[in-house]
Design a protein around this ligand. Structure first.
Ligand code: DGJ
Length: 749
């Protein structure tokens, strides 16, 4: 609901209120963003400046308190006495927008160049002006989330040179910690939390893309906030390019939070009559700690960001050939893998990199779309028909934004790459195509569309494997070009499941999610690393957006050897896939994978769309009467104590059954310790044990009982862990990197 009492605006969403006021100087003040309350309470939040602050530059010389620097604002100017960070810069010229008028709209005005949140909402448009320019500030309520963006119109006769233009500025009263999610290739989403003080904390990407270096999403929390209590704010941006956010406390105790396009190298000339729009910023508030915040963000992404067709639609279990084959495949090898994948229960076969041009390594072929007939004599269409006839869907990898020097495209159009006056720089042997040029965009749209129309392709992996250079002021136009391309290809093919990827999670953002409902989180599929990556993504994004695959162990990036059950248990909490050479699997491993896939399919809706909770050492998902919970172990200590499992949000008055997703132990993992279980002294490296390891498994700690929701909230006692006193099927014989999965179902009365 949006209320308007004279110059006070009350925006009331689910679980939050935002109160804004136009003050006597025509500036937009933020009175409150937090707990739900009445618009009539606005008076209580107006700052009482008394005689004002020393050293002030005054907006009204007769009023010692008229200093913009000490006001809690929701927008500000440059060079007019507010020395905190400004949201707008005109390359050294002051800016001073004052209130003109406001309107309540029953739906947001659509943006013309950028993706935006969709669905039921209400919008407040506040228009401010200064000579020669009009600024429209949009505030929209989507359930429990507030979004903001700004549009600048040149109403004058001269060009405007814009060098900084943020989407949102909020002066929130209080002391906060900021949590950012930073990293790099195979180490995405490392969580860092520091106090916000008088020094500015910046969360920015300048690689041309939203980047794995600094995800655009971040959190602000009261120091005492916990997972389930206390005040936490969440921020994100519907944008895939260079982003910027900063937080800084003022002397008056306000924390200024700003978000938008990175001003680094940003210059936009706006001609008379033209407009420039900023990406939409997403802001959420929770008084129920980090989990309350995540719940709001998840709902927003699921309901207002991902494409309509894929809302709540179950995703197939896929097999991807990349980690198993890399570039080394032909039709026979792919069909062999597909046959095996089908037997295991996979529903979609994805052919990754290497199917076109001279693409036998990452040194050639990008930019070309001719099918590599040596590998695929029957083309994509022949291959896909054979896969379809096995009862599987077919999906294909593309990397349309890049070009190798060794490609027909580059030979024909060397001028199509993004470049400056220096020698063009390569990353992974490739250049970026200049998506600001219409002929480049047409080339991509025509070629990708032709392939998609040449066969039954129900899934696309859209990859992008380098940072940008030489973008300068073109950075933003590149992203607009990319959005145009994605809209033209997938807008008319909504049923194609688009999974975006950028060397893993280098472009995990809300902009890309507006075009495709899932993103490949990371090339790092080691489950222990994935616990960190997926858990940290879960602060801001729902698990249905995570591409999560089981791959081989020891792992290619960490050399870590992890049990198959843990690889499965981690990947279940996302869109499950398998990505390894199935030919090398033992019979017992294949059996285990079939069981995993059958289990996942049975509970797929719960895993993909259930409410997600971070619990102690693991995760919980709940949908309807079913709860699934996993507990992950990293490094085990000797003689571990008894352990309880505490679940969240079960009905205390109801009764639930508890069972374990049965796991098996490989005998080989015990080495010479097997002598404690069998009466013969077996050589751990000998033929008998090595052979037995391929065929024999031992049951591991299965627990079944009934208890009330209250008991699960208090924490139920699990079976004991291995304590160095021998094997017992009624204990949990977990070693390092072990894990368990529990099923909790509401019992029939
Ligand atoms: C990077 C991706 O993240 C991988 O999954 C794979 O698709 C390769 N590119 C292919 O070159």
């Amino acid at each position: 609901m949006i209320e308007h009492i004279e110059k006070v605006f009350g925006l009331h969403g689910e679980g939050f209120s935002c109160l804004l006021r136009i003050n006597e100087h025509g500036l937009l003040e933020l009175l409150h963003f937090g707990e739900p309350l009445s618009t009539a309470d606005a008076e209580a939040f107006i700052t009482k400046p008394g005689l004002g602050w020393g050293e002030s530059v005054l907006l009204d010389e007769n009023n010692t308190a008229s200093c913009a620097d000490s006001m809690p604002l929701a927008w500000s100017g440059t060079g007019r006495g507010d020395y905190r960070e400004s949201p707008i810069e005109f390359g050294g010229i002051s800016s001073d927008f004052r209130f003109a008028y406001a309107r309540v709209l029953d739906k947001p005005e659509p943006m013309s160049t950028l993706p935006f949140a969709k669905g039921k909402s209400e919008t407040l448009k506040i228009v401010m002006t200064q000579p020669g320019a009009e600024l429209s500030l949009y505030f929209s309520i989507f359930g429990g989330v507030l979004t903001r963006h700004a549009v600048l119109r040149n109403t004058g006769k001269e060009n405007i040179v814009l060098t900084k233009f943020m989407s949102s500025l909020m002066d929130i009263h209080g002391e906060f910690d900021i949590t950012t999610f930073d990293g790099g290739w195979i180490s995405e989403m490392r969580k860092h939390k520091i106090p916000v003080s008088e020094n500015r904390v910046v969360n920015e990407s300048v690689t041309g893309f939203s980047s794995h270096r600094h995800n655009p999403g971040f959190l602000l929390s009261e120091p005492e906030a916990t997972e389930d209590s206390g005040i936490v704010y969440g921020f994100n941006l519907i944008y895939s390019g260079n982003h910027y956010a900063a937080a800084q406390r003022s002397l008056q105790g306000f924390t200024r939070v700003i978000q938008g396009i990175s001003p680094s190298d940003f210059i936009k000339t706006i001609a008379p009559g033209e407009v420039f729009e900023s990406p939409e910023a997403v802001l959420a508030f929770s008084e129920k700690g980090f989990s309350g915040l995540s719940e709001k963000m998840h709902r927003f992404v699921s309901e207002n960001i991902i494409p309509e067709y894929w809302k709540n639609r179950e995703r197939p279990v896929l097999f991807n050939n990349w980690e198993g084959c890399m570039f080394d495949f032909n039709e026979a090898r792919l069909l062999g893998l597909a046959k095996e994948a089908k037997k295991l229960g996979c529903e979609l076969f994805v052919l990754d990199d290497g199917w076109f041009g001279k693409r036998d390594s990452d040194k050639a072929g990008l930019g070309d779309y001719s099918i590599n007939k040596q590998k695929l004599p029957n083309g994509i269409s022949g291959l896909s028909k054979k896969i379809n006839s096995m009862g599987m869907e077919f999906g294909l990898w593309f990397e349309p934004e890049s070009v190798n020097e060794d490609s027909d495209l580059f030979r024909a159009h060397p001028d199509w790459i993004l470049r400056d006056d220096f020698t063009p720089l390569k990353g992974r042997n490739q250049f970026l195509l200049d998506l600001t040029r219409p002929e480049v965009r047409d080339y991509i749209v025509e070629n990708v569309s032709a392939i998609l129309d040449s066969a039954k392709i129900s899934y696309v992996k859209w990859d992008m494997n380098r940072h940008s250079v030489a973008l300068g002021t073109k950075a933003h136009d590149y992203i607009i070009g990319l959005y145009e391309v994605l809209g033209r290809i997938f807008g008319t093919r909504p049923q194609v499941l688009l999974e975006s990827c950028s060397s893993g999670g280098n472009r995990f953002d809300l902009g890309m999610l507006c075009f495709g409902p899932q993103i490949w989180c990371s090339d790092n599929t080691d489950p222990i690393e994935r616990i960190t990556i997926q858990e940290n993504l879960s602060y801001l994004y729902p698990q249905s957006t995570f591409g999560a695959h089981v791959s081989a162990a020891p792992h290619a990036q960490t050399l870590r050897n992890t049990p198959l059950c843990t690889r499965g248990n981690v990947s279940f909490f996302g869109c499950l896939g398998y990505e390894l050479d199935l030919k090398h699997l033992l019979g017992i491993e294949k059996k285990q994978i079939s069981e995993q896939i059958a289990f996942y399919k049975k509970y797929r809706r719960v895993f993909q769309f259930g409410k997600f909770y971070r619990i102690k050492n693991g995760w919980q998902v709940t949908e309807g009467k079913t709860t699934l919970a996993a507990v992950f172990r990293k490094i085990l200590s000797a003689a571990p104590g008894y352990e309880k499992l505490r679940l969240k949000n079960l009905d205390k008055a109801k009764v639930y059954t508890f069972s374990t997703f049965a796991q098996k132990l490989r005998v080989g993992q015990f080495g010479s310790l097997v002598k404690h279980v069998v009466p013969v002294n077996l050589n751990p490296n000998g033929f008998i044990l090595r052979t037995a390891d391929k065929f024999v498994t031992l049951p591991d700690g299965n627990l079944e009982f009934k208890a009330s929701g209250g008991a699960f909230s208090a924490g139920i006692m699990l079976l004991p862990l291995f304590r160095g006193t021998g094997y017992d099927k009624n204990q949990r014989t977990l070693a390092d990197f072990g894990s368990e999965l529990f099923i909790i179902e509401e019992a029939e009365k």
